[in-house]
Design a binder for this molecule. Sequence first.
Ligand SMILES: Cc1cc2nc3c(=O)[nH]c(=O)nc-3n(C[C@H](O)[C@H](O)[C@H](O)COP(=O)(O)O)c2cc1C
Length: 325
Amino acid sequence: MKTRITELFGIEHPIIQGGMHYVGLAEMAAAVSNAGGLGIITGLTQGTPEKLAAEIARCRTMTDKPFGVNLTFLPSVTPPDYPGLVQTIIDSGVKVVETAGNNPAKWLPALKAADVKIIHKCTAVRHALKAQSIGCDAVSVDGFECGGHPGEDDIPNFILLPRAADELEIPFVASGGMADARSLVAALAMGAEGMNMGTRFIATKEAPVHENVKQAILAASELDTRLVMRPLRNTERVLTNAAVERLLEKEKAMGAELKFADIAEEVAGVYPRVMTEGAMDVGAWSCGMVAGLVYDIPSVQELVDRIMAEAHVLISERLAKFAAN
Ligand SMILES: Cc1cc2nc3c(=O)[nH]c(=O)nc-3n(C[C@H](O)[C@H](O)[C@H](O)COP(=O)(O)O)c2cc1C
């Protein structure tokens, strides 16, 4: 399937694996790229330029297909070495960066000079337009359904995607709530030229996370996510558990008085313990509503092949039948 996204990134299928903290390691990115999609290493999980360079080199031993690096720009008291991470990406010859969080304008000149393509993830049409105006090559439009940070506007993809299509000139992929061929074909119908998946890719054989995490996603329904940190305007969609319920009780009790320090126990330093050790109740970790559409733990290749095969059937049989009437 050829779209402006497959052309831009030199990939076979219009499917991207979004950056995921403590999930987007070399094994994950290589598996997605080997299956014909675009795998993404999560830069901040490595943390330092040296570790990121080593992870990129490790990924290269597992695939000769294109893969990208995610750079998430978050406000932080002690910011990571962003200049060093950007330079590492350039020096390593990686040609795709998925940016997320704050406006990436500051980093674009260096990346573009090195012929790196930039896809910026955003949750609002106004942010997508901004990304287009500063020179991003594509955007990932992340609806309210998404795992992780959906922003504060709460616009689901059935509205957000056609709105993005009405406004944007650069290509975009649909992100948030994407699980299968139906997601892909619907996204294409609404103007996207591919899809980005997070949660769905965690429930695969190759995802380098503890088996408990995969089983938790498999067991979860679409009713099992919660939005946390809304009072801090840093909303995150997470899988519910004992720590999340405790966090929400604190939010309710403290109202506008809530500070990050009040909930640090439930959110800080949680990822390694959940993803690596499989300690499922220690804190809040991102998960999309799409968990309700996850019924198995296939290999990445099986998942991508199934999506593409079923998408072709959907388009050439189901939709063609309606068009013929
Ligand atoms: C466990 C997890 C960790 C994530 N970490 C990041 C991250 O570090 N940076 C980022 O830009 N997005 C992150 N995301 C968001 C994903 O890249 C993607 O946009 C999102 O999962 C799409 O929604 P979906 O889960 O419904 O597919 C994360 C998502 C999950 C589920």
